[in-house]
Design a protein around this ligand. Structure first.
Ligand SMILES: [Zn+2]
Length: 119
């Protein structure tokens, strides 16, 4: 991919609503993790790329949470574009013990793949 293609890709991504951009990036990261995931069997270490959000109120400390993946892959017939109401749904993955946010009520933890339900 040359510089022109990269610039066009970035411009196209920037035109998306942030909720849809999150689904696109999460899908790409998930596919990359599936094919290029970093796992060191000897040490037991594993790493994954994920999408997050940082929030600071009144210049206070940044609080981080992970953007949940959509329940469906974008290539699945069950996939529906997310509602455009910000990442206002919250939960905590019980297995990973990480805070998750989403624009949808149902999703998947991007680290362990467990289904999650948000409120
Ligand atoms: Zn998890």
């Amino acid at each position: 991919m040359n510089d022109t293609h990269l610039r066009r890709l970035i411009e196209s991504l920037c035109e998306l609503p942030q909720e849809l951009l999150a689904d696109v990036v999460n899908e790409a990261l998930h596919r990359m993790n599936e094919t290029h995931g970093s796992e060191n069997k000897a040490s037991g270490e594993e790493s994954r790329l994920f999408l997050g959000v940082a929030i600071s109120e009144f210049e206070g400390p940044w609080e981080l949470s992970v953007i949940a993946r959509s329940r469906f892959s974008m290539s699945d017939s069950g996939y529906a574009s997310p509602p455009l109401w910000d990442f206002c749904q919250y939960t905590r993955c019980k297995r990973c013990e990480i805070d998750l946010q989403s624009a949808q009520k149902e999703g998947r933890c991007p680290l362990c793949g467990d289904d999650v339900y948000m409120t």
